[in-house]
Design a protein around this ligand. Structure first.
Ligand SMILES: [Zn+2]
Length: 326
């Protein structure tokens, strides 16, 4: 009873904040023409309506499914009143301004195909501003030049992520964040990041099981609580891992059973978003996160649709096999 009341109050709060954004003076809003609205007749909860809100370069598409898609580096928009990021004015130890081309397009396909298959919508957060002004996958101190006007863009993106994560937790009990990127490494494979470094992934299964690596990973919650009671390593790169479900659909990726470790090859292990919104550590909550770094083949105009289709199937199998939702 208490739980129902809490859910109701939170829903009211989210609806109210969405309304405020719809009517704020600098906000643009609209309905994605490619995605039909969904009305849920009857029931206790208010009818769900998909809307797309763009405010201060941050696009938010609301959802009713326990999946959050984050697209931090695909934006191509500029604002001449913003300060351009430099190594000097950010002191970012991993300074980069490369745009992850076609990740917005890929995320859009994943979003619409998921809806076509399930009748539900993922939550989607997209930064439309170029990475030359803000890097969403960094701590705030490195993300923007100190005191610059685009600090508000950074804060809005992360408040969207935080609020959505809280909403998914309340509504479904648990969930998954997929942080979508594009890499330029030579090997054409999707690099899945779990907040475990290359050298940690190069360890054997028994080494990974015997250390504190599960708690360090962004799928710690899943490792402790999954439908079939499987181990951390089975969730990370075994029979029940996202990588295995992708590989079963001929999507080249790492890690999975037949490709468990990067060795000395290029590999992105997951950045600030994966660490912040995943379930690592003692206060990590019940929403997991995986960084997905797509190779250039996967993002190409010729291949994008096929990859998105296989990714959606793998997501649904991964969630259905391993997660028990409210
Ligand atoms: Zn990126």
């Amino acid at each position: 009873m208490k739980n129902t009341l809490l859910r109701y109050l939170l829903l009211m709060l989210v609806l109210f904040s969405s309304l405020m954004q719809l009517y704020s003076c600098d906000g643009k809003s609209g309905t994605d023409p490619d995605i039909p609205n969904e009305e849920t007749p009857g029931g206790e909860s208010p009818a769900f309506k998909r809307s797309v809100v763009v405010q201060n370069f941050v696009e938010y598409r609301n959802g009713n499914f326990p999946l959050i898609i984050s697209v931090p580096h695909g934006g191509g928009e500029s604002d001449n009143s913003f300060t351009v990021r430099t190594q000097e004015n950010t002191a970012d130890p991993e300074f980069a301004t490369v745009r992850d081309m076609y990740t917005m397009e890929l995320a859009h396909l994943i979003d619409s195909m998921l809806h076509a298959r399930t009748g539900k919508y993922a939550h989607v957060v997209i930064c439309r501003l170029r990475r030359t002004y803000v890097d969403m996958n960094r701590q705030r101190q490195y993300a923007v030049p100190q005191g610059s006007r685009q600090e508000g863009v950074y804060d809005l993106y992360h408040s969207r992520m935080q609020n959505t994560r809280n909403l998914v937790t309340i509504e479904s009990g648990r969930g998954l964040v997929l942080d979508i990127h594009g890499h330029a490494h030579e090997i054409q494979q999707v690099e899945l990041g779990y907040s475990l470094s290359r050298s940690e992934l190069n360890m054997s299964d028994s080494e990974l099981m015997n250390g504190n690596y599960a708690s360090e990973s962004s799928i710690y919650s899943l490792s402790k609580n999954n439908k079939l009671g499987k181990t951390f390593v089975e969730m990370l790169r075994g029979a029940y891992s996202f990588g295995n479900f992708l590989a079963a659909r001929n999507v080249p990726c790492i890690p999975h059973s037949a490709n468990p470790s990067p060795g000395t090859n290029g590999y992105f292990s997951g950045g600030y978003i994966t660490t912040t919104y995943g379930s690592s550590g003692s206060g990590g909550g019940t929403v997991d996160a995986i960084q997905m770094e797509f190779d250039s083949t996967a993002r190409s105009a010729e291949q994008r649709k096929d990859y998105a289709s296989n990714v959606v199937d793998a997501i649904l199998q991964f969630l259905d096999t391993n997660y028990q939702f409210k």
